[in-house]
Design a protein around this ligand. Structure first.
Ligand SMILES: Nc1nc2c(c(=O)[nH]1)N[C@H]1C(S)=C(S)[C@@H](COP(=O)(O)OP(=O)(O)OC[C@H]3O[C@@H](n4cnc5c(N)ncnc54)[C@H](O)[C@@H]3O)O[C@H]1N2
Ligand code: MOO
Length: 406
């Protein structure tokens, strides 16, 4: 069906998507798998840390009441390696040899470092302490966390360090925001699976794998990868099932105004059509709609447009499901190689960049065409050439989006 579409800018489209309310689902997972996930609950200390008085050095523990008149000889009444305890109290001028991280006897007030001590000839159970220490060298119970203190706040992205803190408290599971479940549906009777012999007029379905890998790389869980021939009923039933079972549905192809562009038709009659035409190229046909409370992102079948629109519109959504901000970094850069074409729409160039002295220089990377895919391996940023009747000047300041790669 050919109906008029009303193009909006990249920023307007991003804003509309940012305003879509996404389901905030949580799950409880093992700490071992929680790196970079975002906490859905604040975690508090289940006990004080450290939970016993801990020696900071290898040395000898003494009572505070014996801490005077050095040099002085002490009687060694025991040995406390890390991991052991010591039940009895120290008597007058008694000491225990103690290792770093070990339990300090209850009535000891100081640990004298080994370096300040000397053995006493022929008296293995005696030690001479040459000088005392300025500090106690004992880490007191709860000196880092009291029981009930906040360990890590809700909405914090967990890091290896954060997970180490939780593990130090024996916490084995955390409740985090869920990764979105994403269906990837490619459409087109011209599409072939890579294991089929190539036929005249047909192409291999490269966007299916492209989108699935981009989704996975950016934190989503790909639950299905469907490749459909152009058939309105098949698309409708596949979409309906995918919407019911997923947090986000990404379709590819069939989104323009052609005879077989059934996704374009579906979008026009959806519960909420967010946009179906953008003032950008490639990717002008990028469409977003909400049907049955599920967001559908319909990307162009043209590989360059599909790649571009993924980073500008889909990546931020995937991150938002997990309460992350986008990892695509928007910067101002210098156009370091000439680009002569003029455009009625903003042109997004697949490009590369170099950073030096906190300045970013960008270099257009091969074809700017929507249907070209030869630069998808090497592209590291997208660069915006604003619409204009005049060509952009070399060294002009441009907006660029630096792409995240694992
Ligand atoms: N009369 C109009 N024609 C077109 C318009 C328009 O506004 N009016 N827009 C053009 C623009 S811009 C683009 S972009 C494309 C968008 O087309 P669709 O997104 O509907 O995609 P298709 O027509 O299905 O395919 C376009 C192109 O991409 C190839 N393709 C499709 N799927 C895949 C895939 N999975 N892997 C690799 N390549 C794929 C397909 O064979 C076509 O060559 O429409 C313009 N036309
Ligand atoms: O949607 Mo198209 O990609 O502008 O060439």
């Amino acid at each position: 069906m050919l109906t008029r579409r009303f193009p909006i800018s990249i920023q307007e489209a991003q804003q509309k998507l940012a305003e879509v309310s996404l389901p905030s689902k949580v799950e409880t997972i093992p700490v071992q798998t929680a790196n970079h996930r975002v906490l859905a609950d604040t975690i508090v200390a289940p006990f004080a840390y450290p939970h016993f008085r801990r020696s900071g050095y290898d040395g000898y523990a003494i009572r505070s009441s014996d801490d005077h008149d050095f040099p002085k000889t002490f009687k060694v009444v025991g040995d406390i390696p890390a991991g052991a305890t010591f039940e009895r109290e120290l008597g007058e001028n008694e000491t225990v040899r103690i290792m770093t991280g070990a339990f300090v006897p209850t009535n000891a007030g100081k640990v004298i470092m080994l370096e300040q001590t000397r053995s006493v000839e022929n008296k293995p159970n005696q030690v001479k302490m040459v000088v005392t220490e300025k500090h106690s060298n004992i880490t007191e119970i709860g000196s880092e966390f009291q029981e009930g203190d906040d360990l890590i706040l809700k909405n914090t992205e967990l890091t290896p360090g954060g997970l180490a803190i939780l593990t130090a408290f024996g916490i084995q599971e955390v409740t985090v925001y869920r990764q979105p479940r994403v269906a990837v549906i490619t459409t087109g009777t011209e599409l072939m699976a890579p294991d089929e012999p190539l036929q005249a007029g047909k192409i291999y379905n490269s966007n299916g794998l492209l989108i699935a890998n981009l989704v996975r790389e950016n934190g989503g869980i790909v639950t299905q990868e469907s490749q459909l021939v152009d058939d309105a009923d098949l698309l409708a039933s596949t979409l309906q099932k995918a919407m019911a079972e997923n947090d986000l549905v990404i379709t590819d192809g069939g989104v323009s105004v052609g005879d077989f562009d059934f996704i374009g038709d579906t979008a026009r009659t959806a519960d909420t059509l967010l946009f179906n035409k953008l003032k950008m190229r490639p990717g002008s046909v990028t469409t977003a709609f909400v049907q049955d409370k599920t967001l559908v992102m319909a990307l162009s079948g043209n590989p360059g447009a599909c790649f571009t629109a993924f980073y500008l519109f889909v990546e931020p959504l995937l991150q938002r499901f997990m309460h992350h901000s986008s990892k695509v970094k928007r910067v101002t850069a210098t156009l370091a190689a000439p680009y002569h074409k003029t455009n009625g729409y903003d042109r997004i160039l697949r490009s590369t960049y170099q950073e030096s002295n906190q300045e970013i220089a960008v270099f257009p990377n091969g074809s700017d065409q929507s249907g070209a895919l030869g630069n998808l391996q090497t592209t590291t940023c997208l660069v915006e050439i604003p619409h204009s009747t005049n060509p952009i000047a070399l060294n002009a300041k441009v907006t660029a989006w630096l792409l995240p790669f694992k």
